[in-house]
Design a protein around this ligand. Sequence first.
Ligand code: F6R
Length: 613
Amino acid sequence: MCGIVAYVGPKQAYPILINGLKKLEYRGYDSAGIALLNSSLNVYKTKGKVSELENFVKDVDLRGTIGIAHTRWATHGEPNQANAHPHYSQSREIALIHNGIIENYGLLRKELETRGYTFQSTTDTEVLTNLIEDIKNNEHVSLFDAVRIALNQVIGAYAIVVISYDDPDTLIAARKGSPLVIGIGKDDYYVASDATPIIEYTKNVVYLDDEEVALIQRSSDLKIKTIRNQEKTPYVQQLEMNLTALEKGGYEHFMLKEIYEQPFSIKDSMRGRLHTELGTVSLGGIVDFEPKILAASRIIIVACGTSWHAGLVGEYLFEDLARIPVEVEYASEFRYRNPVINESDVVIAISQSGETADTLAAIELAKSKGATILGICNVVGSSIARATHGGSYTHAGPEIGVASTKAFTAQVTLLTLMALRMASLKGTLSRTRYMQILHALELIPEKVAQTLILSKKTVYEVAEKFKDVRNFLYLGRGYNFPVALEGALKLKEISYIHAEGYPAAEMKHGPIALIDEDMPVVFIATNKGTYDKVVSNIQEVKARKGQVIAIVTEGDTIVKGMADYIIEIPETEEMLVPLLATIPLQKLSYHIAVMRGCNVDQPRNLAKSVTVE
Ligand code: F6R
């Protein structure tokens, strides 16, 4: 939520900042702004997207070699120009950008008002800006110390960058709970919410830790202290990200590119981990924790949104293959419901961004009770990856489209590998069965590529036929139940059509009342597990004149005879079907959203990385 970019060095800051904002726009896009320091400190900001900011500043003097910029996802105050960042302090000598929420801003604002401060916005951020100015002036300290002292008074989450007219060579950056990366160039510094705006300039980066404040000065070494004034040595890491991964590569949207990348991203998730020739699975990041998992009374999976759906597939996998009991929890519920957690529990946190505030809080809670915490994250070096005891990266590559696609299939791939590893350690599968699944998993990338081709024509036809409906129902059973949930989520978030996912058998306990000739019902009706039962559920829908769109195994004849539309996917093992069946559902949502004229990569009200509760 919210994208932050800042620059100090010999180059002109504006082009770096505006390009950086475009790369971070997936984090929030309801308003944008920039502050540049030349002979004065100038803030330009506007409601709307980064392109609107570009338009807004086209006639102003944009010179300056130091600046900060922000693209916002509103938390406090509606998305308008006044609430957009950067925020000036009262004297206009300081400007600040912020990602996060200052929870005690109301109290701080009241105190500042009694000292004569007035506010131009309803944001928590402007309160922090004035608090820093107040401390700087009254305690006669440097800008760095003023930021540090102010942050000791703040409750909540923040990633901030501060710039001051009095200090034209200095940026101050700090974080707690929201990510911030500092890129170290030859003679300059870049700051951003994630590494994507930095990678084209430098691969040397420092990830700030919680409660750290960085003093970033032109022609000086980077200095870091904690907010309690303890010196820290910056730990410089090398970025491994590839620049082309951040481009659309000829596709109309990032989402479409990411859907088509899945044969490769799934392969990358398995690389060096699945050794079919040896009959082994090895996951370096969890190997030390295998005895813990084997001894665990249960695994608790915590996640949100699409990652939670991956977690549900994980539940089926761990229980089915390795006979380990699993509970899958919405991180947002888990953290507040006083859950029973003990030292024998293993918690797996799943997150694409690695920054989701609720998932992070769930991890902290479980950690405080002594549980072992493993992570499945996509973003290397992210907060969740660092907060866990161990875990594995999905290696799906940067996911820019707000709707998660390749991250989901990579998460499911990793969960499959983990469950198989545990199954082999526990001996819960015969060697023959285990090897069959390993071989089938190895073929999945190829089958995803086939699915993309097989489903192309029909998915497009279905999208054209149903693009104007108001409701959709998605039904599946067993491993395909989470697929139904994920299909429905994908559709609603990017096309704004109301969609519900249900276990198919639950239909008759309520949702069946919705079915008439206008209701499209997507069935995931592949040929294993509860296939016969799902066939009966399809008949129940047809009997009420519902329109059936069925995802079936290639060559299916039974469902073909009943459904209005058939989308075929290749044959595979039952537990691997989610990796294939999800693909046409992603494409269906994509085409419907495009046909409805929706902004596929940046759907309304959403942001890629949910760093606030
Ligand atoms: C849906 C989507 C969200 C995320 C959720 C968790 O397409 O992207 O539902 O899955 O916000 O995000 P991460 O995985 O980054 O923790």
